[in-house]
Design a binder for this molecule. Structure first.
Ligand code: ATP
Ligand code: MG
Length: 417
């Protein structure tokens, strides 16, 4: 039998089944995590025409076939699910389920490279015990039927190319080719942080990782106009759009830091300028975070990746702030971070060739192992208080990634000053 072309599949509507991730492990809090997940999903699906249904233990999304790209994009941005797949829904009769298995195998092998020549296995779950076959029975009969229809396929229990899943619940669901979800927890369930977002590869990835842990984030970018161009700022805005979509919107604060950088250049020993600039950024970011009721700072630092990220220099930059500083990339190497940037969609933007303000003011031989006490003394001599306060007062705000701001949290937060 010929494999069916995907478009030949006679569905005018698409149904997706979502698999819960870590929240399945949550005890008493599970309900509130599920509510947040559903809330986020609804927000991401807004305007697509899709509807959400909840069966026992699973979320389902139903949409017109033409809305599939929008829905799949929404699912690819939803944190807190381990995976999702397009599913067939059929009556709970053995015949209907077997037909759906064969149909699913046909469609999946067509989509798969090497059509018809792959390996597969069937998985079955039966929460409705009145279904005439138990899960072993579903697996063996389903396997037989699929093999009869597609003799080129081979059963392989370990690491098959295709897993056909059958779930017998209030109806029967049959699906293959599961997409990996972002895992973690629903964005907005683990507090709010302020991401120091530069135009580089690292900080967007750091932000996305924290979002996957359930955090809602805002961003701050330190701009040194005219030493850095407006294109550099546009690039950071674009990155905030990309990352903001994962947490249903982030506000990006752009802070003009030229005066601060010039002061550092005038008053500080050349080899200290980068570390002192980082200290000033951290101090300014902390003030902003406290004003905006954000609970931590997030940076894209990775241990010893560059001179300003040795443990000694990180100690210097940390010394001006008391909010927790999250550095989710601290133990990762550049290759791993780059792969993550590619998968979350920020890499292409990050490598656009507009320099950020740090690169322009970098000394040729920056201090490698700054002493925190000395850093503190040098920092005091800069007398940056007023310059930073003015810069913060003139901050520009942009809403990125979603038209509203972190909707999960808006209702629970006290009003901003
Ligand atoms: P990235 O790729 O994120 O730019 P990087 O490897 O270039 O990081 P640094 O330039 O040393 O490293 O920056 C370390 C961290 O400091 C960045 O990940 C970011 O969190 C923060 N940072 C650096 N420059 C800026 C800036 N202009 N505005 C906001 N945050 C910044
Ligand atoms: Mg950088």
């Amino acid at each position: 039998m010929e494999a069916l072309a995907p478009d030949a599949f006679p569905l005018k509507e698409r149904i997706y089944i979502l698999k819960p991730g870590e929240l399945a492990l949550k005890g008493g809090n599970r309900r509130s995590f599920e509510r947040a997940l559903r809330h986020n999903l609804k927000a991401l699906l807004a305007g697509s025409g899709a509807v959400i249904n909840r069966t026992n233990g699973r979320l389902l999304v139903k949409c017109p076939a033409e809305a599939a790209p929008l829905v799949e994009d929404a699912l690819a941005h939803l944190t807190g699910i381990s995976g999702w797949a397009r599913t067939r829904v059929c009556d709970k009769t053995v015949e209907a389920v077997m037909e759906a298995c064969v149909d699913c195998a046909g469609e999946c092998t067509h989509e798969h490279a090497g059509a018809g020549a792959g390996t597969f296995k069937l998985e079955a779950r039966r929460t409705d015990k009145s279904f005439p076959l138990d899960s072993y029975g579903i697996r063996s009969l389903g396997g037989e039927r699929v093999l009869a229809a597609y003799p080129n396929l081979k059963v392989q229990l370990k690491k098959p190319e295709l897993v056909i899943e059958v779930e017998i619940r209030e109806r029967a669901y049959v699906y293959g080719l599961e997409h990996k979800g972002l895992r973690g927890l629903p964005a907005g369930t683990a507090g709010r942080g302020l991401l120091l977002l530069s135009g580089g590869i690292d900080s967007p990835v750091a932000g996305q990782l924290m979002i996957c842990r359930g955090m809602a984030i805002d961003g701050v970018y330190f701009h040194a106009y005219p030493y850095t161009s407006d294109e550099a700022r546009q690039k950071v805005l674009r990155l905030a759009e990309i990352i903001g979509r994962y947490c249903l919107g982030m506000r990006l604060y752009t802070i003009g830091f030229t005066a601060v950088q010039m002061r550092i250049k005038e008053r500080a020993p050349l080899e200290w300028t980068t570390v002192l600039l980082r200290m000033a950024m951290m101090a300014a970011a902390e003030t902003l975070a406290r004003q905006r009721r954000l609970q931590c700072l997030i940076t894209g630092e990775s241990l010893s990746q560059v001179a300003s990220q040795t443990i000694e220099n990180i100690t210097c930059t940390q010394s001006r702030v008391s909010l927790p500083v999250m550095r989710p990339l601290i133990g990762l190497d550049k290759e791993g971070i780059t792969r993550m940037a590619e998968s979350i969609g920020s890499y292409e933007t990050s490598i656009l060739p507009f320099q950020d303000c740090c690169a322009l003011f970098s000394p040729p031989h920056p201090i490698l192992r700054g002493n925190a006490a000395e850093a503190g003394e040098l920092y005091e001599k800069l007398e940056l208080g007023e310059l930073i306060a003015t810069a913060l007062g003139e901050a520009r705000q942009d809403q990125c990634g979603y038209p509203e701001r972190n909707p999960v949290h808006v209702s629970t937060l006290p009003p901003l000053k």
